[in-house]
Design a protein around this ligand. Structure first.
Ligand SMILES: Nc1ncnc2c1ncn2[C@@H]1O[C@H](COP(=O)(O)OP(=O)(O)OP(=O)(O)O)[C@@H](O)[C@H]1O
Ligand SMILES: [Mg+2]
Length: 206
């Protein structure tokens, strides 16, 4: 399902990943640990088709072209990227979903309570106010977006790091429920979050 063959990655001339090979089968859960700066987010970006390996191959669900890989995965990056659009559009990204599904993912991402306090609710425009969102609100919109896409592969980069402990626990539980019959890669600094995982990779040991 996800396969890295001898993958190296350089930013400019700085090597970040050196000859990494790994294989995650369909439905498996891979946890990724490692010190800050060791290349965890870079690894996830390669798996998400957000960058191209300097050498070697990344294959995700049979695709090796980054633009095609993007279509196969749902991703929550460490720093959520919101666009100057409404909350709804930030979640659906221009695709059609039923109102029921959108409401469900908002509920799962613990967004409903906040959205209900806004006069325009989910149709609130975020353009001029994206700086007014808390880091946690922005991250929960990014989580709802990933869930809404309903891809078979879920890639998470510290998805709850901006949330308070109560929200973090609830959202993590929802993400794990969502990932139950999907392939999951979860980057975290917290090994206790990876107890039931099939593979745990510590990038410091590569
Ligand atoms: N856009 C970029 N341009 C140049 N160097 C970069 C870029 N992004 C990351 N790096 C460098 O690549 C290395 C790996 O970064 P990466 O973000 O993958 O680390 P990380 O393991 O996710 O760290 P953290 O735990 O702090 O999130 C770091 O040394 C970082 O400075
Ligand atoms: Mg990172």
């Amino acid at each position: 399902m996800i396969r890295l063959d001898n993958v190296s990655f350089y930013y400019e001339k700085q090597p970040v990943l050196n000859h990494v090979s790994l294989f995650v089968k369909k439905g498996q859960k891979l946890g990724v640990l490692g010190e800050s700066g060791c290349g965890k987010s870079t690894l996830l970006k390669l798996m998400a088709g957000l960058c191209r390996p300097s050498s070697g191959t990344v294959t995700v669900d049979g695709e090796s072209e980054p633009a095609r890989i993007c279509q196969k995965v749902s991703v929550v990056m460490q720093t959520p990227m919101l666009l100057p659009m409404t909350i709804r559009e930030n979640i659906t990204m221009g695709h059609e979903y039923t109102e029921e599904w959108i409401r469900h993912v908002c509920e799962e991402a613990n967004l409903t309570k906040w959205i209900d306090t806004l006069p325009k609710g989910i149709d609130t425009y975020l353009g001029d106010r994206s700086d007014e969102l808390s880091g946690g609100q922005a991250q929960r919109v990014a989580i709802a977006r990933a869930m809404c896409k309903d891809a078979g592969i879920l890639l998470l980069d510290e998805p709850t790091s901006a949330l308070d402990p109560e929200n973090a626990a609830a959202v993590l539980e929802a993400l794990e429920r969502y990932a139950k019959n999907r392939t999951l890669v979860h980057v975290t600094h917290r090994p206790e979050h990876l107890k039931a995982y099939d593979i745990v990779m510590n990038m410091d040991e590569l």
